[in-house]
Design a protein around this ligand. Structure first.
Ligand code: AP5
Length: 221
């Protein structure tokens, strides 16, 4: 199994970059945020347990997150290649993920941190629109859908995420600083952390990620 991790504050462009990068390098995009939003949309036990945290912009408790990750990894073949988006977000998650991967004879090879200034993050999140069906990501000003309210990819309705209001955005940013910055230090100590300037056009961000994964002979990993 091969594993990459994409980290960054809310709105830094993890989802946008992960969709593009996973397609280019043949890694499966695993977004814990998307997995949890899917669980919310049905009336399952997991959805009910997660709802109070996500609606308030709080992190889902580690034990629930780790159950989802262990279950996912157990179902993947040993040859799987995964790109984690928004996981791990706490030191406990990072340490547990390390053990889960070690059980598969593997380890995270690269961690990418998308660096973006806080005022830019806020503007991105208040203007974000997401397709209710395929998850394609838009922005009211910088990347509006060609037809207002309609996804360019699948034609379904685009909508604002319920946690993209200023109060919740600021809470998510505070939680990131408190609980996720230590994860960055954890991976820095391992020498696998790469900082990427996320405040550039999306294709430039993608090219930087591809370069970091390149073996110098035109192939990636
Ligand atoms: P999650 O869905 O992971 O949200 P997040 O980390 O807050 O990140 P976002 O999805 O808000 O932003 P992003 O970095 O993906 O940016 P995007 O590409 O969309 O998590 C949501 C919730 O789930 C959490 O609050 C928590 O409750 C729970 N959760 C998830 N994982 C968890 C975990 N591991 N543990 C515990 N709880 C967990 O881009 C944003 C906007 O910017 C878009 O409009 C886009 O078009 C635009 N944009 C992107 N890139 C660029 C660029 N280069 N230039 C200009 N605009 C850009």
């Amino acid at each position: 199994m091969k594993a990459l991790v994409l980290l960054g504050p809310p709105g830094s462009g993890k989802g946008t970059a992960a969709k593009k990068l996973s397609g280019r390098v043949g890694f499966r995009h695993v977004s814990t945020g998307d997995l949890f939003r899917e669980a919310l949309s049905d009336d399952s036990k997991a959805g009910k347990a997660i709802r109070p945290y996500m609606n308030k912009g709080l992190l889902v408790p580690d034990d629930l997150v780790l159950d989802v990750i262990r279950d996912l990894v157990a179902k993947l073949p040993n040859t799987a290649r995964i790109l984690m988006d928004g996981f791990p977000r706490t030191l406990a998650q990072a340490r547990d993920f390390e053990k889960v991967l070690a059980g598969e004879g593997s380890a995270v090879s690269h961690v990418f941190l998308l660096d973006v200034e806080p005022d830019v993050l806020e503007r991105r999140l208040v203007g974000r629109l997401v397709c209710s069906s395929c998850g394609e990501i838009f922005h009211r000003e910088s990347k509006p859908p060609a037809v207002e309210g309609q996804c360019d990819e699948c034609g379904s309705a685009v909508e604002q995420r319920s946690d993209d209001n200023l109060e919740t955005i600021r809470k998510r940013q505070r939680i990131y600083e408190e609980l996720t910055l230590p994860v960055i230090a954890f991976y820095e100590e391992k020498g696998i952390m790469h900082r990427v300037n996320g405040d550039r056009p999306q294709d430039e961000v993608l090219n930087s990620l591809l370069e970091l994964l390149s073996d110098g002979n035109g192939s990636h990993m």
